[in-house]
Design a protein around this ligand. Structure first.
Ligand SMILES: C[S@@+](CC[C@H](N)C(=O)[O-])C[C@H]1O[C@@H](n2cnc3c(N)ncnc32)[C@H](O)[C@@H]1O
Length: 203
């Protein structure tokens, strides 16, 4: 576990706190409120979604970063629903086909090594008719913002845990074997170069 990784994990919640209070927490509630049955969350980070789950029978959260896993384990112990924590990358989920009714990802496709492989894994572990719920960012139609994101991305990736500003979540899901059923676009105030946000449901 690197010192930088530990620092990133320790700073994640404080850095997110203002956005969580003013708009992000509300979007998380809206998304996670649709989770049903056996639920998998990919790249769960420090577990900011965990206090928001109510209905599912059981939540399995995966996360590849050891420093994040420590925080995730703590939140899992405080959750209202049973939570199992697994160390795993989204590109190689250690679960059988069709094991979950719901799969959730929030702010993850921007950071993974291979979004197409992660989406293929999500589809594989989702039961037929199950739902993939996502809250992801990127894919602006504003050329000035797109230019700014392209310039900033090389530095941003290094300080923000590999986050790509220019990845288009809607395009990525569209290009996968999943079909989008519902999609909403949010342009939160004061989110700087990290926008727009897509809140969606796919199957
Ligand atoms: C911006 S954080 C989002 C964390 C959390 N989902 C949230 O909404 O606060 C991105 C997360 O993706 C994780 N991640 C990075 N590469 C990954 C991969 N290949 N598979 C799964 N998760 C990954 C990071 O460790 C980090 O926890």
């Amino acid at each position: 576990m690197s010192g930088f990784g530990r620092l990133q994990a320790a700073l994640y919640d404080p850095l997110m706190a203002q956005a969580e209070r003013s708009w992000l927490g509300e979007l998380r509630d809206e998304l996670v409120g649709h989770a049903e049955g056996e639920t998998l969350e990919v790249g769960a980070g420090t577990g900011l979604n965990l206090p928001r789950y109510r209905t599912p029978v059981r939540v399995v959260v995966t996360e590849p970063e050891p420093s994040m896993l420590r925080h995730l384990q703590r939140r899992a112990e405080q959750a209202r629903v049973p939570v199992l924590v697994e160390e795993a990358r989204g590109e190689a989920l250690p679960f059988p086909d069709h094991a979950f009714d719901t799969v959730v990802s929030t702010l993850v496709l921007c950071s993974v090594a291979s979004p197409p492989r992660v989406l293929a894994e999500i589809r594989r572990v989702l039961r037929p008719g199950g739902h993939y719920l996502f809250l992801e960012h990127g894919g602006t139609h504003d050329p000035r913002l797109a230019r700014w994101q392209r310039r900033l991305e090389p530095v941003w990736k290094r300080v923000a845990g590999g986050c790509h500003l220019t990845r288009d979540a809607e395009q990525l899901v569209d290009a996968s074997e999943l079909s989008i059923l519902e999609l909403a676009c949010h342009e939160p105030p004061r989110s700087g170069p990290i926008k727009p946000f897509r809140l969606g449901r796919a199957t």
